[in-house]
Design a protein around this ligand. Sequence first.
Ligand code: NAP
Length: 306
Amino acid sequence: MSEELFDLIIVGAGPAGLTACLYASRSLLKTLLLEKGPIGGQDLIENYPGFPGGISGYELIERIQKQLEDYEYQFLQEEVIDLQEVEEVKEVHLSSGKVLKAKAVILALGAKLRKLGVPGEREFTGRGVSYCAICDGPFFKGEEVAVIGGGNTALQEAIYLTKYVKKVYLIHRRETFRATSILQERVKKNPQIEIIVPSVIEEIKGSDKVEKIVYRNLKSNEKRELEVAGVFIFIGHEPETGWLKGKLEMDESGFIIVDREMRTSRPGIFACGDCVSKKFRQIINACGEGAVAALNAEEYIKNLEK
Ligand code: NAP
């Protein structure tokens, strides 16, 4: 495969990358899709048009994968560690040592979960500390748990967890939430959710597994302990773009800067989805950006051939 020249290499097979692949393969571009690991998925997406009652992230991904079965493209499960440009050819370097070549590249790298960075977080991950309510919620039947964060994910997952747990303490560092109003209303109306603001977690404690958390109220500076069996952390995402530093223009947080056509600062390199610098990270705009990136990549490739 290493001697082949692809028209397009897409890095990342989340909603943005898969949509880009759908458009590219329908345009008959010689396309390679790369993904380093299992693709995560949001528990329930209620605002993706066309799915009354919502659809899980996993199912949405499965459906796009199924849709892709009708088209031709290659897929490799490998990690990309470098991107180089040799004149107009893009060289995609894999952790296995392979180097793949393409006329254009789409980066749909997604973003990884942000960690709190408090004592006990790493130690108790998998033993009470979790980043996934759908995966771990059922283990906390009848228990009390804490959810950390004030965005859409934290509020949505807090509500979801009340299906299993006795009580959720929703702890957020500010008095106002950035989550959408409908979720804020649902949280406030839910008798199983107690909101603790403006507060931050200082430590997660336990012996074998999580037993309590120490949190501090940022207004009164008062420290308190709370007995919980689980701590669910949903404090946003960080891009995994360190390996591209100095090669592409990025914002101060490391998200890739693109224009409306999903063009990065380098010709023939496009980016889309959660790894790009933007205000709203929604699956619907990730998919839209994937489509735009693929259409512009196609145009770029055709112009090369002129
Ligand atoms: P987010 O919107 O970035 O929110 C992260 C939350 O964590 C914020 O409330 C933030 O507090 C807090 N936070 C960040 N760092 C923290 C720290 N070190 N300690 C304590 N708290 C910290 O992340 P998200 O909720 O995961 O959502 C990611 C994206 O997906 C967003 O664009 C969101 O709209 C989207 N999403 C949409 C839906 C939906 O539409 N239904 C569902 C899920 C996610 P501050 O507010 O003080 O900054």
